[in-house]
Design a binder for this molecule. Structure first.
Ligand SMILES: C[S@@+](CC[C@H](N)C(=O)[O-])C[C@H]1O[C@@H](n2cnc3c(N)ncnc32)[C@H](O)[C@@H]1O
Length: 350
């Protein structure tokens, strides 16, 4: 078998980590226009990191390690590498997500590296199939999850594929990398509501803007039609509800309350900072991650950990009803026998 000549990639040599980290930290607070608003995905990867990593994997390091592309001094290679760093620094900024000038620079360098690689492998027996300088390799993430990697691969100009065991992940990926490109650059076709008739006919419908406008128009249509009444039960009006632990003596109970929850309530008993550190609900004493892993796990294995019913969610005629549990509810819940239990092995070492 003829060996493939693989030039060392930028990611194997160096990355502008500070710029990537800063962009990733900032991305956490972006809501508008971010795929995280499409559907909640618990292990969503930051787009900035995915974009930087794919770029750095596609681009050859200018240092010419592995013996290819010699003829450049260390200093010259550094200058060229710094140019690649600058592209990454621009690429990871949220406001450049759809900046065609920045993306164009990145795509051009990816093509350049790919052509270098094809040139190196032009005598490979399968060169026509594997090293076509006119066709970039396709990208496939078989465990795509929230789809950050296939989305960013597509943005960088690669033909992108995603798959996953979980149908929710598949739906997210379909929406982002399959359906959207099908409508890219198209004008909206949905009916405008009567009071919007004079909307401009010369809008910029580049990218997904036309599709987004169609979604807006159809939502408007549904909102104004009888449809809204018919499907009302599928979209219950959200009245803010939260569970408030109430400490009584050395015990506690839960109350269901409505309205805006107190600041920081979404963190529960989680302590600040990184890691699985918590505090005791009653005494507020800190409970470290290592204590939970060792002591609490041992208590659980010795079957000395209890469980408390926090709330009851019932389907009412006009939406969900949330009830605070009574002692009687808790006793009934404790008696309930599950009709199913997992039959797989639980990993011995987590
Ligand atoms: C860590 S997440 C994916 C992370 C993703 N690559 C990213 O960068 O955001 C792992 C994913 O693998 C999927 N998965 C696990 N086992 C699988 C299997 N046998 N076939 C396909 N997908 C699988 C899970 O459903 C989950 O979405």
């Amino acid at each position: 078998m003829t060996a493939v000549k693989t030039p060392k990639k930028l990611i194997e040599v160096a990355l502008p980590l500070d710029a990537i980290n800063a962009a990733v930290a900032r991305e956490k607070s972006i809501r508008h226009g971010h795929p995280s608003t499409l559907h909640l995905w618990w292990a969503r990867r930051p787009l900035a990191a995915a974009r930087a990593v794919i770029f750095a994997q596609m681009v050859n390091d200018p240092g010419g390690e592995h013996g290819y592309f010699s003829g450049m001094t260390k200093a010259q290679a550094k200058v060229k590498r710094d140019e690649l760093f600058k592209i990454i620094e621009d690429l990871v900024l949220w406001e450049n997500t759809n900046n065609e000038e920045v993306l164009g620079r990145a795509r051009a360098v990816i093509w350049e590296s790919w052509r270098e690689t094809c040139e190196l492998n032009k005598r490979h027996p399968q060169a026509a199939e594997l090293f076509d300088p006119e066709k970039l390799p396709a990208f496939h993430d078989p465990f795509a999850g929230g789809g950050a990697l296939p989305l960013e691969a597509q943005r960088l100009g690669l033909e992108s594929y995603a798959s996953d065991l979980n149908p929710v992940a598949v739906t997210i990926n379909k929406a982002m990398i399959e359906i959207l490109p099908r409508f890219a650059g198209r004008k909206p076709v949905g009916p405008l509501s009567p009071d919007e008739k004079q909307a401009s006919l010369h809008e910029d419908w580049s990218g997904a803007k036309g599709l987004a406008e169609d979604v807006r128009r159809y939502i408007q249509l549904i909102a104004m039609s009888r449809c809204r009444l018919l499907i009302r039960s599928c979209f219950p009006v959200r009245r803010g509800r939260y569970v408030q632990p109430v400490i009584e003596g050395d015990g506690y109970r839960f109350e269901v309350r409505s309205g805006a929850w107190p600041a920081g309530a979404e963190n529960g008993t989680k302590a600040g900072g990184r890691g699985a550190n918590f505090h005791c609900l009653i005494s507020r004493a800190p409970v470290s991650g290592s204590y939970i892993k060792a002591e609490v796990k041992a208590e659980g294995q010795a079957r000395r950990l209890g469980a408390r019913l926090m709330a009851i969610v019932a389907e009412g005629m006009r939406g969900r009803v949330y009830l605070a549990p009574t002692a009687e509810h808790e006793a009934i819940a404790r008696e309930a026998k599950p009709t199913w239990r997992p039959d797989g092995e639980v990993p011995a070492k987590l």
